[in-house]
Design a protein around this ligand. Sequence first.
Ligand SMILES: [Mg+2]
Length: 374
Amino acid sequence: MRIAKLETYVLEARLEKPILFGIGPYAAFTATLVELTTDDGITGVGECIARRAPRVTDTVLRDLLWPVVQGRDPRDAGGIWDDEMRLLRGWGHYRGFVQEAMSGVDQALWDIVAQAQGVPLYKALGGAGRDRVPVYGSSVYIADLDTMQSETREQVEKGHVALKMKCGRSADLGGFRMDIESVRAVREAAGPGVEIGIDVNGAYDAATAIRFCDAIERHDITFLEEPVYPDDIDGYEQIRRHTTIGLACGESEFGVFGFRELLRRRAVDIIQPDVARVGGFTAGMRVSALVHAHNVRYAPHTGFSCGVAQLASLHLAAAVSGLWKAEWMWIDNPLAELFTEPLPKATKGVVAVPRRPGLGLELDKKKIAKYRLT
Ligand SMILES: [Mg+2]
């Protein structure tokens, strides 16, 4: 079995009204999909996170990675990952777009392996073997407090037992003082039994984050996500030593190496790799071993990714050590439903993982064509 063909799909769906969060407005969903086909006719698919300029990822796939992948046996996915890294690291390309493109390739390879074995992808990974994955609903975005409360009530009524809200308002929206008010409002709307995580998207400095934690600890918050820039590990350590709220991060981190220092320094309690950025299933499972060794929790991230990464993330969650919950998005994302049937839905905070071989759902090429840039 050899990889014989590469196809890529660069997708974009523009929003009428941008979504507001700590980094700024988000106006268009984008993704780059990779399709690999073997000489015996099995096709696997993967998604590269592409929050900006998805054509860049497409070029990385075609010009840098395809020469490494072409003609290889997909069952050697770990070795292919190492070879891609070896080729690129020496030239300084060991993070960013390159790892995001590697993520899509790796997902497609594992999709093929699982189909060839006739098992769902999470079984091919040889991991924990969960056929149902606990999830947290995401996210209550920054808005006026009435809107945030009504959205919270609506999602709790739908059965979510854990949810995430966004903080990190800019000064003109009231800054971190208004964030504190919004946490009180969301807790009041959710009631006492629901777990709440707060995502700041790196909008604070460590001192502000500590003041924020002091003010919201009484609202029984499960985790605080990305309170400071992802590369401010000293900041994470400083906040961690001052609060009982668990810290979470990892959506912006690359490869197994990115998590090594965060965990060695005990800077975080919940790590959130994104299967479409961290380096696919191969890196996701290597990070799983680190999670196991450090006795922290794993909560795979999806965010604004399209449906392929959301589905892949469920399979990763089904396989990893130390799973807390996977992120399950309720937002209206035009690129989520790209299959011939709907993505699996959350029921009472749990999602059943598809049982058919590989990822388990088939891409709908008509839907893909609608959003395709190149
Ligand atoms: Mg986040």
